[in-house]
Design a protein around this ligand. Structure first.
Ligand SMILES: [Zn+2]
Length: 161
């Protein structure tokens, strides 16, 4: 079968890059299932070409950052100096004036948070009590006749209004 010749270019280009469309990908997948030669070709291509590129890309950036970090760390002598630098930097970036509204908001939320929570719990409890009252009324009046239901509606309305 001449299929290998036709598919190899595709395997080594778009299929390898993950850019083959669904139809081409399906054709290659189907061929790879039955062709050990093309499987090993793909494996070699992945190991020889794609993986080294990915490894380089993954390691290049951290190495760069690490070297520049090492330079900066070794340039300083003590932790105190580093801390002073850090907080000096912080003070420069976020001035105290900018922090005041933020701290104010945080304080307000801390103070009102529990109150709001407490209120919502009270409301929930009240709603639960109302529901239980309603259920109790309906249960005691019974659903045997229309007249009984109408009679039960009046105390319910009185309770809520
Ligand atoms: Zn093949």
């Amino acid at each position: 079968m001449n299929n290998c010749e036709n598919l190899r270019e595709l395997i080594l280009t778009d299929y390898l890059d993950g850019e083959a469309d669904d139809k081409a990908r399906a054709a290659v997948d189907a061929h790879l299932l039955q062709c050990a030669d093309c499987r090993s070709l793909l494996k070699e291509a992945q190991e020889g070409f794609v993986m080294p590129l990915e490894t380089v890309a993954r390691e290049a950036v951290p190495a760069e950052i690490w070297i520049s970090l090492q330079d900066r760390i070794s340039a300083r002598t003590s932790w105190a100096e580093r801390l002073r630098e850090f907080f000096g930097h912080m003070a420069g970036e976020f001035s105290y004036v900018k922090l005041v509204p933020v701290l104010g908001m945080a304080a307000v939320m801390l103070l009102t948070g529990p109150v709001i929570l407490q209120n919502s719990r009270t409301i929930q409890a009240k709603e639960k009590a109302q529901q239980e009252y309603l259920v109790g009324l309906l249960a005691s009046s019974g659903n045997s006749s229309e007249a009984a239901s109408d009679a039960a509606a009046n105390p319910i309305e009185e309770y809520f209004l």
